[in-house]
Design a protein around this ligand. Structure first.
Ligand code: APR
Length: 260
């Protein structure tokens, strides 16, 4: 993509956002790539390199919650590449750009697939974490969430202070139902949405990957920001091909000018 065409796509994206009634962002692991967190798929992705994890994580947790917690306590001593990267990560200009669009009143909500808490650290407020947040714990009974804390072997599995059921990490496991409230908010936001920024996602995991299709079916417009093509690329009204940390700040600049 030539510099001129990137500029044209950035302008197109800014026009769509400045004129949007209810703009959303759907964020994926690529948005946090420039914060040092590896993606899952695509070039250099964790699963591209090491293969996919078991798809029955939740079934295994439910069968032996204490065993699952004990394994986590042991892993604390030998954190994985992903855990080390996500613990050290800070928001990058892409996160800050989305927060700026919210402050401008342009971006109404972020649906994020990321569990890294970087949107909140960047200042975004209207965020739904469809796959949870790694800094929180969640009760599998009543859904109550609380900040993650150091636990000893005697304390696991932790029990909910309200309903007494078992508490797990808020991060949604493979095979685990997405918490109902998060799902309802995402569906409602997608129904209202007329312009959606789809940033840093391969568009392979549902229900998240279904929201851009829902916006298209309702006659809305997609703005894609990605370093590679995805299933959404052919349908996007603007395709910003490159790192989101570089391109999103350019979009914010043009939106500010359009609103001035
Ligand atoms: N800027 C923009 N996009 C990027 C960048 C970057 N700097 N670097 C990589 N990408 C893109 C890749 O091209 C790819 O399309 O980010 C996307 C990352 O795709 P995935 O690794 O599949 O991440 P994601 O789409 O968020 O995965 C969805 O799958 O395993 C589950 O729970 C996990 O939330 C995750 C979900």
């Amino acid at each position: 993509m030539t510099a001129r065409s990137v500029e044209a796509e950035v302008l197109r994206a800014a026009e769509l956002l400045a004129g949007a009634r209810h703009a959303l962002a759907l964020a994926g692991a690529g948005l946090s790539r420039e914060s040092g967190i590896p993606t899952f798929r695509g070039e250099g992705g964790l699963w591209t390199r090491f293969g996919e994890p078991p798809m029955n994580q939740y079934e295994r947790f439910s069968a032996d919650p204490r065993g699952w917690w004990l394994q986590r306590l042991q892993e604390r001593a030998r954190p994985s590449e992903f855990t080390e990267a996500i613990s050290a990560a800070r928001p990058n200009p892409g996160h800050l750009a989305l927060a700026a669009l919210e402050q401008l009143g342009v971006l109404k909500h972020i649906i994020t697939q990321n569990v890294d808490n970087l949107h909140q650290q960047a200042g975004s407020v209207a965020v739904t974490e469809i796959h949870g947040n790694r800094t929180l714990l969640r009760c599998i009974g009543c859904g109550r969430r609380e900040p993650a804390r150091e636990l000893t072997e005697e304390e696991v599995p932790p029990l909910c202070a309200v309903c007494g059921d078992i508490v797990k990490s808020d991060t949604v496991m493979f095979g685990e139902p997405i918490p109902v409230q998060a799902l309802r908010t995402c569906e409602q936001q997608a129904q209202w949405c007329d312009v959606m920024i789809v940033v840093g996602t391969s568009g392979t995991v549902y229900p998240a990957a279904g929201y851009p299709l829902q916006v298209l079916r309702a006659g809305g417009a997609l703005i894609e920001v990605n370093v590679e093509e995805t299933p959404f690329t052919p349908y996007a009204a603007a395709v910003l091909h490159g790192p989101s940390g570089e391109l999103l700040p350019k979009v914010v600049e043009r939106v500010r000018a359009a609103l001035a």
